[in-house]
Design a protein around this ligand. Structure first.
Ligand code: ATP
Ligand code: MG
Length: 302
């Protein structure tokens, strides 16, 4: 694909999957198995397209780093086996490792529980010029904790502050925090990889039946699967409450891995392309200096 066509495709993918502010969002209207965002593109074309996307992303990221103004925060949330790890690995495969950081958030440590629920994430926000990836995030605080509210007891919050609307309040706090980040040059983009319950079962069985995948299998994941409907309700509420124009959620069909990867990389390209990135301009004084150094180097005899 020509770069201009790639940018157009990226834009249409973003438009298709971004959840806009205020829209009454319903998860049941999002088909996990759909692959229709790029007419004419099939699984067989996806490898080449992904390589082209990764190349474009790498060029944009180089400018992001050189310009050193914006930072990008990409957040990935999903049910187990939806393909977060694979997306992160493929999408970021061409990017300079010095300009990108991945953080995976598991159940919080004792030290982390001694602080507010955003603390551990705030310490890992990307610096200017950097792309930061959160593999799970503070959104777990309105997902796993909402589905298992008994977790709240381990969080040592003063009991009088744990009221009925605690999850709505957390969503409001997150929304404001992201607004603050946006106003300071951190561009937040959020991805929910929407896998179906049926496809998850298939992937769990693959993990059990394939020796090389056995290490990925966790009995705890199968236990969480029993709470599927509660998770979907929590996701729906979260997406509805925290999607904004500045930091939208994208609900990406995740039953076909090739498509998930292309859709996510398209949206990242569109995000970077919208920032008007360019290499820092060199002023007259610096140009003269470069000329001078050049002359010195050329005059060397060795
Ligand atoms: P993979 O299974 O592919 O290695 P993963 O992201 O599922 O990746 P795990 O170690 O299996 O990693 O799971 C991390 C677990 O930590 C998840 O079950 C998640 O819900 C849980 N977790 C993350 N953040 C919190 C939190 N703030 N409070 C409680 N549990 C959390
Ligand atoms: Mg897991």
């Amino acid at each position: 694909m020509k770069p201009q066509d790639l940018l157009e495709a990226a834009k249409s993918l973003r438009k298709k999957y971004a959840v806009t502010d205020g829209e009454p969002f319903r998860l049941k209207h999002c088909d996990p198995n759909e692959t229709s965002g790029l007419p004419g593109i099939k699984k067989g074309d996806s490898k080449e397209l992904l390589e082209e996307s990764v190349q474009m992303m790498a060029e944009l990221q180089d400018m992001l780093y050189a310009q050193d103004h914006w930072s990008i925060l990409l957040i990935f949330q999903a049910m187990d086996a939806a393909g977060k790890d694979g997306v992160i690995k493929h999408v970021m495969s061409g990017i300079n490792p010095q300009g990108c950081e991945v953080h995976s958030f598991k159940a919080p440590s004792t030290e982390e529980l001694d602080h507010d629920f955003l603390w551990r994430s705030m310490r890992r926000l990307p610096a200017r010029g950097m792309i930061g990836i959160f593999n799970r995030s503070y959104y777990e605080e309105v997902l796993v904790v909402r589905v298992h509210p008994e977790i709240l007891q381990s969080q040592k919050i003063p009991p009088e502050l744990v009221g009925e609307n605690i999850f709505e309040k957390r969503q409001a706090d997150i929304r404001q925090m992201e607004e603050f980040l946006g106003r300071n040059g951190t561009v937040v983009r959020k991805f929910f990889l929407n896998v179906s319950k049926k496809e998850q079962k298939k992937r769990f069985l693959e993990r059990i039946d394939t020796p090389e995948k056995n290490w990925k299998f966790s009995a705890a994941d199968v236990k969480e699967r029993q709470y599927w409907d509660q998770y979907m309700n929590a996701y729906e509420s979260m997406i509805q409450a925290t999607s904004s124009k500045e930091s939208p959620w994208h609900v990406i069909p995740a039953d076909n891995k090739w498509y998930t990867r292309i859709a996510v990389s398209g949206i990242i390209i569109d995000t970077l392309a919208s920032l008007n990135l360019h290499y820092p301009k060199v002023d007259e004084k610096r140009l003269a200096q470069l000329k001078e150094v050049r002359a010195t180097l050329m005059a060397e005899t060795e």
